[in-house]
Design a protein around this ligand. Structure first.
Ligand SMILES: [Zn+2]
Length: 138
């Protein structure tokens, strides 16, 4: 199993809090699990996120909050680039993930979100293409 999905599974089973702005517990159990994965050789958090099956991700009820916390824990542009490049080919069937990333990261731009201008542009192009195609179908 993908190690990130494994954490989502544990979070779900253990009823861990995954709210990005939780002022009660700071979602510590989930954050600690993410940090532990990130400490594994070659940053396994980045590797497993990049290899994530987005359909498998969105099967979890709180996937959006959990995903935001995971992405927020990445602060290097090349790490974020690796994750976002890995997801590009899957966006078409996973519009909700595309929207979340577009709204929270891509729209903020490379100055505020850790990613390269190249990857930012690839995402803008891909999402533009997808929404144009969705529009054509109506
Ligand atoms: Zn909490």
């Amino acid at each position: 199993m993908n190690a990130f999905i494994d954490i989502l599974h544990q979070a779900h089973e253990g009823k861990w809090c995954v709210q990005p702005f939780c002022t009660t517990c700071g979602s510590m159990e989930y954050r600690n699990a993410l940090a532990e994965l990130a400490r594994q050789e070659g940053n396994q958090l980045v590797c497993t996120l990049a290899a994530l099956d987005l359909a498998e991700l969105t099967a979890y009820p709180d996937w959006d909050d959990a995903l935001r916390l995971a992405l927020d824990s990445i602060d290097r542009a090349d790490d974020m680039d690796a994750v976002l490049t890995g997801w590009l080919p899957q966006l078409e069937g996973n519009i909700r993930v595309a929207d979340l990333v577009l709204f929270n990261y891509v729209r903020r731009g490379a100055l505020f979100a850790p990613m390269s201008v190249e990857v930012l542009q690839q995402w803008r192009d891909k999402c533009g293409e997808l929404s144009k195609r969705a529009g054509d179908e109506h």
